[in-house]
Every structure is written in C-alpha cells, then in structure tokens.
Unconditional design. Structure first.
Length: 166
C-alpha cells in the first residue's frame, strides 16, 4: 500500500547531505520503505531519481515497478490523477516555469506531476523544497501542496513519521 509520494529532492538532497556511508542505519530503514512498495512516483520523477548515485539510486532503479504509477496501469485511480493534473496545470499555469518564465525558482511540470499524484492518492508529498510564497510570481512544491490541500513533508518530517532515527 502506498503511503508517500516522493519528489526527487525528497531523496536526493538528503542523500547528498546525509551520506549513506555515515548514516547507514537510517538509510537502510529508508530504503526498506522504498523496497516495500510504500512510495509512489510519476514516470517523470522516476526519470530524475535514477541519476541518484550509489545504493540509493540502485535501489530506485531495481524497484521501478513498485515505485512508478503509470497512466492506464491497473491497480490505481489514474483517471483521478489525470483530472487533478489537468486542473492543477491550468489553475497554477502562471507559476509553472515550462509555460513562460523558465525560472528554476518556480515549479515545473515534473513538480506538478508529483503534487497531482499525491492529491489523487490522498498521500503526503515529500520534498526538500522551500516555499517561494514571498514572491507574487513563483511557487515551489510546498506552496502548491498548501494551495491544493496536499500534506507536504520534508525528509526529516518523513523520518519522524516513520520513527526513524539516526
């Protein structure tokens, strides 16, 4: 059963700043959650995650079938995902970099895909992005989550929720 949707930053940033060779116990527990089928990602996010080096990236690659939820794939409400994605991409169009600004300091379509997935599955979205709400023209994943009623977790909040300590 899926329990979390992860953005790439939700795993890549912690992997960089909390290296697996130093935080072995923590990463072993995190990867068990990934291996268990509890994490959902879109194909776009998966394509970013496969570039994470080391055992973390290898785990993601090895568990593609349990991580990635595809449109037309049985076993989940992909029609709801398409509806949320379409609505959100139109509703938040002015903030999406792919539609105009090109700024990396605002959300892109890949970011929108993981928030739409979290919305459709009614799951929290894990990312390490900070808010951009101080800007009238920029938004990041946590902002879109707030605006659309999706729970957002940082990696540390995910660890706390799972009872994982260093």
């Amino acid at each position: 059963m899926k329990r979390y949707c992860f953005d790439t930053s939700g795993i890549s940033n912690p992997a960089e700043y909390m290296p697996q060779d130093i935080h072995q116990t923590m990463w072993r527990k995190v990867l068990e959650i990934f291996k268990s089928g509890s994490v959902a990602v879109t194909p776009e996010i998966y394509d970013e995650m496969v570039h994470i080096p080391g055992e973390i990236g290898a785990c993601i690659i090895a568990h593609k079938d349990s991580l990635v939820l595809e449109i037309n794939q049985s076993g989940w409400d992909w029609k709801s995902y398409v509806q949320h994605s379409t609505r959100m991409n139109e509703q938040y169009r002015g903030f999406i970099s792919d539609y105009g600004s090109g700024s990396p300091k605002t959300v892109g379509l890949n970011d929108m895909s993981i928030v739409a997935l979290a919305k459709s599955l009614n799951l929290p979205c894990v990312s390490m992005e900070g808010s951009a709400m101080t800007s009238p023209v920029k938004r990041k994943i946590p902002d879109i989550c707030i605006m659309d009623g999706v729970d957002h977790l940082t990696f540390s909040e995910f660890l706390r929720k799972e009872g994982i300590t260093l």
